[in-house]
Write a new protein. Structure first.
Length: 155
């Protein structure tokens, strides 16, 4: 038994986050981090996207780009996706992944069956924001002004 001293009237209950419908959404990258693969033989860039308008505003989606991997096909796919993202936000020579943050773009989302049989979202395409004047970075998305690159942040 644990003494909680908690008042559920003061906290909104959590809600189930079912996958969003397949389609095109306006979004920005709000975070990025370089992570090691489970095998420890490669690394991937994990990008956090936040939808910036519509019914699913503020919902987050993630993409993993296999930057270093023994599977060369996976690396090629990651490079093409990173190129599409760079072109979508008009940052063609980023030195750091944070240069891609908070820039409006269009993401193409689809529904796929996970290994557990449950539907989940997957980002399958990236393009320029459909209306740059209407798409704004969400107020919570702020630049990281620390000197450390995003993937070196401690969690």
């Amino acid at each position: 038994m644990a003494l909680l001293n908690f008042n559920a009237d003061e906290v909104a209950p959590s809600t189930s986050l079912d996958p969003i419908p397949a389609g095109k959404y306006q979004a920005v990258i709000t975070d990025s981090e370089l992570k090691m693969t489970k095998s420890g033989t490669g690394s991937y860039l994990e990008l956090t996207f936040e939808i910036t308008d519509g019914e699913f505003e503020k919902r987050k989606l993630w993409a993993r780009l296999n930057i270093r991997n023994s599977n060369q096909k996976a690396v090629e796919i990651a490079q093409r996706d990173l190129s599409a993202i760079c072109h979508a936000v008009n940052v063609l020579h980023p030195q750091d992944s944070s240069e891609l943050h908070d820039k409006p773009m269009t993401i193409v989302v689809r529904l796929v069956k996970g290994q557990d049989g449950e539907d989940r979202n997957e980002i399958k395409g990236y393009g320029p924001a459909e209306s740059a004047a209407e798409v704004q970075a969400p107020p919570a998305a702020k630049k990281n002004n620390s000197a450390a690159p995003p993937w070196a942040k401690k969690k």
